[in-house]
Design a protein around this ligand. Sequence first.
Ligand SMILES: Nc1ncnc2c1ncn2[C@@H]1O[C@H](COP(=O)(O)OP(=O)(O)OP(=O)(O)O)[C@@H](O)[C@H]1O
Ligand SMILES: [Mg+2]
Length: 292
Amino acid sequence: MTKIIVAATNKGGDGKTKTSILLAEYLTIIKKKRVLAIDLDPQCNFSHKFLDMEIDPVESQGKMPPIHPSYTEEKKINPEWNGRSSIADIFYGESVLPYSTHLNLLDIAPGYAMKLLEAEAVRKSEVRNKVHHQLHLFISDPTLQEAYDIVLIDTAPSKGPLTVSAVKAASHIVIPSQMEQNSIHGIYGMLQLWKQEALQRDKSYPLELIGILPNKIRDVNLHKDLLNELRQAEFIGDYVMEDKLKLRSIYAEFDAEESNSDSIFNLSDKNVAREEAMKVCDFIYKKVFPND
Ligand SMILES: Nc1ncnc2c1ncn2[C@@H]1O[C@H](COP(=O)(O)OP(=O)(O)OP(=O)(O)O)[C@@H](O)[C@H]1O
Ligand SMILES: [Mg+2]
C-alpha cells in the first residue's frame, strides 16, 4: 500500500514545507521512490518549489497552478476543463491531473489558494462529507495506489478541515517544531489531533507518529534547554527525534524561488547541511519502510 506522510503543526513557520521539500527530494533522488506531492496549504509554498505557480487575478496574492501541459489533448475529452488542475478539485467532486516536475519520479498535485480557502470554510454540517474524508477517498483510488509508492502532504498552519482531511488520509505524521514556547504549545495541539484520529482507526490502517522534528536549532541556551525539557517531558519526550535540523541559511536559500531545481541532496556528500538533512530523512524512511 502507498505510504502517506503528512507534515503538520498549527504554528506557522516551523518547517512543514521545508520537511516536505526535503522528503520529496530525498525519496526520489536518493531512494528512487515514486512520489506524489500534495499541497493543501492555500499559501502554496510546496507547489511553488516544483511548479511555476501563477497569481490568481480573482484572489489578490492568491496562487493558482499553471496551465497543464496536457491541456490541449485533454480538452478533446473534457471540453469544460479550464486547463488548471489542483488538489482542491477533490473538494468539488472533480478529478485531479498531477503535474510532472524536474525530478523524474516526482509528480505534484498543487494547491489553488482560492479553492482551498473555500473548502476550508465549508459549513460545519457539511464538513465531514465534503472535506474530512475527501483526501482519503482520492488517495485510496487503485490507479493512484498503483502509480506511487509514497504520497507527501504539506499542510497549512492550522487544525482546520484541510489539516483534518490530511490527518485522516495519513499513514504517518511528522511534526516539525522550533524550540520556542509558542511552537511547543502547538505540538500539544497536533498530538491531540493525532491521538483522536489514531484511536478511531481500524487496526488494518494504523496512523503512526514518526516524531517531533526539532527545527531551526541555534547554539543558544534557550534552544538547548527547551529541547532537553521536551525530551524529558512525560508522554511527549519519547516522540522527539534524536536528529535535528539546525538553523542554516543554506536551507532557506534552497527554498528560494530562483533555486527551483536545486536540491541539497545534489551537493557533495561531505556538505554538513546535506549530511544533517540526510540523517533526518533516513530516520523518517526507516519508520515508514522498516523492512527496506
Ligand atoms: N532549518 C532551517 N534553517 C534555515 N531556514 C529554515 C529552516 N527551516 C525552515 N527554514 C525557512 O523558514 C521559513 C519557514 O519554513 P517553512 O516554510 O518550512 O515553515 P512552514 O511550517 O511550512 O510555514 P507555514 O506554516 O507558513 O506554512 C522558510 O523560509 C524556510 O526556508
Ligand atoms: Mg508551509
